[in-house]
Design a protein around this ligand. Structure first.
Ligand SMILES: NC(=O)c1ccc[n+]([C@@H]2O[C@H](COP(=O)([O-])OP(=O)(O)OC[C@H]3O[C@@H](n4cnc5c(N)ncnc54)[C@H](OP(=O)(O)O)[C@@H]3O)[C@@H](O)[C@H]2O)c1
Length: 345
């Protein structure tokens, strides 16, 4: 008998990626999957790739909580507090893939999401669960805010440089690209096939909701307020994020020294890979995996460090990282169920 896990919002993109990964997790038993729109239908009717493998009937969210010890919520923002409260009352672990438990300052949540925190105690008890930065704080917690996809790639990409005081914290510019699954399963004009295929464009320029989360993490690393210019783009591929990050150097440093710094910082981290010198991180190499690939570059002419960070938005950017977090709180080896090799093409 494994750990009983359940998913609220299992029919969404991140939710069904959790299903796919948890079915291969040796210590987890997928006890219940929830849906509002498809309650009573087998999940394999909505996702026929699951036929003959997992044909559980979608149930109410309350039943998911009742049947599970660890509950993942993969919902639009603003819906998770009541589920976190219910899990807390019943002594269960709640891992939220949305934005409701990521921001420490309610002001930021109000400003960027237009909503309030209703139960401050829940938020005080929650942890921002980026394992490579906050592993010790995650242990023993029962409400976890799983980081956003862009903030994961950016936090991991800048952690060694900011921790060592290498960068001018007012100089950071992030040019990031995400595959279309980042927008979720809902239909929209921008993700309509003829509109996004053969197309490439920025969106929400300097106005994306991940900005406060990025600045929260970078500020915490640097020990001072960090402001960034963040420009996301919609990339016409299904999955993957590449963040190209520029920062002005405050110290004299060689590229070899930057490599040493990053390699020593991440030497114990299975899921962070530093690309060989002279190569660039590529989303192709992290697809369908929990890896974050980071490449490092110096522009000596302009005195800028350039970091390229690539993840799979569905993997390390969502479901994979959520399972990594479940492994931490359940005392399992952190890579349990996450060792799949990225495909070659
Ligand atoms: N996509 C990514 O790359 C990614 C990465 C990191 C984090 N996230 C976060 O994970 C969460 C889920 O994202 P997603 O991309 O999987 O979204 P999605 O594909 O739109 O799925 C969300 C699911 O939530 C369910 N839902 C329940 N109540 C709902 C309501 N009142 N309105 C709309 N849907 C409702 C829907 O399923 P039913 O109708 O069947 O109940 C829907 O399928 C979001 O908070 C997102 O920000 C996403």
């Amino acid at each position: 008998m494994g750990i009983k896990v359940g998913i609220i919002g299992a029919t969404g993109y991140a939710g069904v990626e959790l299903v796919r990964l948890l079915l291969n997790h040796p210590q987890a038993e997928l006890a219940a999957v929830g849906s509002v729109s498809f309650e009573g239908k087998p999940i394999s009717e909505i996702y026929p790739n699951l036929a003959g493998i997992f044909e559980a009937v979608l149930t109410s969210d309350e039943q998911v909580i009742e049947k599970s010890e660890v509950i993942f919520a993969s919902l639009p923002h603003g819906l998770s507090e009541k589920y976190a409260a219910s899990c807390a009352e019943q002594g269960k672990v709640f891992i939220d893939l949305g934005a409701d438990f990521r921001l420490w300052a309610e002001e930021d949540y109000k400003q960027w999401y237009g909503l309030e925190y209703h139960d401050l105690t829940l938020h005080q008890n929650a942890v921002y669960a980026l394992p490579e930065l906050y592993r010790e704080q995650i242990k023993g917690k029962t409400i976890l805010g799983n980081p956003g996809c862009y903030p994961t790639s950016i936090g991991l990409g800048l952690y060694p440089a900011l921790k060592s005081g290498l960068l001018d914290t007012k100089s950071i510019i992030i040019d990031a690209k995400s595959g279309v699954t980042g927008a979720g399963r809902g239909l929209s004009q921008t993700t309509h096939y003829p509109d996004c295929n053969e197309a490439f464009s920025p969106y929400k320029i300097a106005d994306h909701r991940h900005t406060p989360e990025i600045e929260q993490t970078l500020g915490d690393i640097a020990g001072e307020r960090v402001t960034v210019t963040f420009v996301p783009h919609l990339l016409p591929v299904n999955r993957g994020i590449v963040s190209t990050i520029y920062g002005t150097l405050k110290k004299d440093i060689t590229l070899d020294e930057v490599f040493d710094l990053y390699k020593s910082t991440y030497k114990e981290e299975q899921f962070v890979r530093i690309c060989p010198k002279g190569t660039a991180a590529n989303l192709k190499n992290v697809r369908l995996s929990n890896y974050c690939d980071i490449s490092l570059h110096l522009d000596e002419r302009t005195n800028r460090l350039i970091v390229v960070s690539a993840i799979d938005n569905m993997g390390k950017g969502a479901a994979g990282q959520a399972i990594q977090n479940m492994n931490i709180v359940c005392g399992l080896s952190e890579n349990t169920g996450l060792n799949s090799v990225p495909p070659c093409f």
